[in-house]
Design a protein around this ligand. Structure first.
Ligand code: NAD
Ligand code: IPM
Ligand code: MN
Length: 352
């Protein structure tokens, strides 16, 4: 039997609950499709930080390197550990260390779900640059606490980094409906975003079968609300992609529906799978977190590992669940009820 070695980092808050849900579904998928997920769980979290003074051990990255994939719930508990410490101590270093430069975030409505808007019939794939740009970590503060204090956050866009994420986006567009929208703010940001626009036009020459649009981030925010059905693949920088994908989650029905895959395309290291949402301290421990985003992220992981049939079966089980009205409205079904319904639908669905 094929065995995959999976590193599991449940993290904080609802991250723990939705990870449990996703792991249960993976076990059902494995039993049905003939593979085993050998899971090693790591307690790295804000609690771990309070105990040890670090979000993960010094050799944490080296420990993760040997795994086939990483599954992460959510990180952050701002009440006890500042986000600037927790996220820079765990999630963001993993994305960078393993060159997970392509963050794939799909946005579409599952059956039976009505988003808060009237938008229907959309199927968007957001490709978010995941290792540089506004998240480069460059910058600093001078004259801290004084009248003349200055803080900088330097967005760094390298030619290699921009080219590779655009190529990744064009490949996705080519395999889908053949349209790519590159999102910038080049009317205001005259260096990095003008450069990104130029790179888009340059890379586009290699993809004559893909039609290309340029949009500014502000206009794109409106477009995703007003006419998301017109969009296919979106490619955006790290920060713009972050913001647009919470908006994408909203038109899907909420944060509990948006999945995310942090892909290392050259497979020099493991890729990481996690829902778009965070640890949701406001609902943690109440058994009301929606596990659908987490389970969908697990389906992305199965596809990445080469278990396409199992991935499709998990997606079909999610669709069967929401079609029955389970998990479609916030708070109407518990985390456990939704998870059980998905497992039942998966068991009942077609065999491999
Ligand atoms: P959040 O995504 O945790 O929550 C935003 C809102 O969406 C909350 O009202 C929450 O209850 C709701 N929500 C989120 N996921 C849900 C789900 N599965 N089902 C139902 N409702 C859900 O964002 P936040 O409040 O800005 O962040 C909380 C913490 O999580 C912070 O520490 C933040 O930095 C961190 N965070 C981590 C990640 C990650 O690890 N990938 C992502 C985003 C935020
Ligand atoms: C996400 C999150 C993270 C990000 C935070 C928690 C650093 O919002 O995965 O979307 O901005 O990438
Ligand atoms: Mn985000």
């Amino acid at each position: 039997m094929k065995t995959y070695n999976l590193a599991v980092i449940p993290g904080d808050g609802i991250g723990v609950h939705v990870t449990d849900a996703a792991m249960e579904v993976l076990d059902v998928a494995g039993a049905k499709f003939g593979f085993e997920m050998a899971k090693t769980s790591f307690p790295w979290s804000c609690e771990y930080y309070l105990e040890t003074g670090a979000m993960m051990p010094a050799d944490g990255i080296e420990t993760l390197r040997g795994f086939d994939a990483i599954y992460l719930g959510a990180v952050g508990w701002p009440e006890t550990v500042p986000d600037s410490v927790s996220l820079h101590g765990l999630l963001l270093p993993i994305r960078k260390a393993f060159n997970q430069y392509a963050n794939i975030r799909p946005h579409r409505l599952l059956p039976g779900i009505e988003g808060p808007l009237r938008a229907t019939g959309f199927d968007i794939l957001c490709i978010r640059e995941n290792t540089e740009g506004e998240y480069s970590g460059a910058g600093g503060r001078v004259h801290q606490g004084r009248e003349n204090e200055v803080a900088t956050e330097v967005a760094i866009f390298t030619r290699a980094g921009v080219e590779r994420i655009l190529r990744f986006g064009f490949e996705q567009a080519r395999a889908r409906r053949g349209h790519l929208t590159s999102v910038t703010k080049s009317n205001a940001q005259k260096y990095s975003m003008v450069f990104w626009d130029e790179m888009t036009d340059l890379v586009a020459k290699d993809y004559p079968d893909v039609t290309v649009s340029h949009m500014h981030i502000d206009a794109m925010a409106a477009k995703m609300v007003m006419a998301p059905q017109d969009l296919d693949v979106i490619v955006a920088s790290n920060l713009f992609g972050d913001i647009l994908t919470d908006l994408g989650a909203a038109i899907q029905g909420g944060l509990g529906f948006a999945a995310s895959a942090n892909i290392c395309p050259d497979r020099s290291g493991p890729s990481m799978f996690e829902p778009v949402h965070g640890s949701a301290p406001d609902i943690a421990g109440q058994n009301i977190a929606n596990p659908i985003a987490a389970i969908w992220s697990a389906a992305q992981m199965l596809e990445h590992l080469g278990e396409a049939a199992a991935s499709e079966a998990v997606m079909a089980a999610l669709e069967a669940t929401t079609r029955r009205g389970v998990g479609t409205r916030p708070g109407a079904s518990s985390t456990d009820e939704i998870t059980a319904a998905v497992k039942t639908a998966l068991s009942a669905g077609p065999q491999a």
